[in-house]
Design a protein around this ligand. Sequence first.
Ligand code: UGY
Ligand code: MN
Length: 248
Amino acid sequence: MEISALTRSVVKSNHAVIAPDGYINSNVPGWTNCTVNVIINEAMGAKLCQTLITAKADCKVVGTTKETQIFFYIISGEATATVDGETKTLATGQFVYVPIGKEYAFSEITEGTQILTFHKVYEYLAGYNVPGVLFGDAATVPGPSYLGDDALRLQVLLPDELSFDMAVNIFTYDSGGHLPMVETHIMEHGLIYLQGQGVYMLDHQWYPIKKGDSIWMAPYCQQWFTAMGKEPAVYIYYKNVNRFPTLV
Ligand code: UGY
Ligand code: MN
């Protein structure tokens, strides 16, 4: 039997690795008959929230966004989503972006369905409208090579427009593929691995990472990843974008 004091999870001041073995469930009003794991939030020092919903029988996920927009992504399974009066059935890889001030309701959720959420307080931009509801499917989003390296592919799920202050991307690395540099940047990340494994360097510490693991990277947490093993490594990640970078 494995010693239960062992885990790959760590929580540091500017990054965290959260493996599923340490999950403790939360109750979220309006999200019923499901387990909810709040993986990243402001209590950690983050400016985003990332949760994982796992449906039980007769699960419903219902609410109204206020000043915080929510991006819902079906990691596996199926659900029917109604947002601002529009209804669609969402299957694995499909998503819906819910802007501020909108009602959402997920029903007919197959037992075991896993739904990822990213939440961010919306920052208005003078001269630009607040984005509308957006349904989408990662399978139809192109994945061009990243910075000219065919071992890396980047899919951008939300429109690259100034009205959006968050990006959600899917990054695919062939085995042996790696980031072309150690990134050092102001933007924050939350992510979860959808497939594969590899080694992440965060703030000059090295972590083995695999499917199901999540990572938080604060602004300026230095980051690098290489994929290992027999299949591509894939993660879906959040990034804050498109707003003036300083109050100074
Ligand atoms: O968009 C990004 O900053 C991305 N290349 N970072 C990452 O995957 N850690
Ligand atoms: Mn980055």
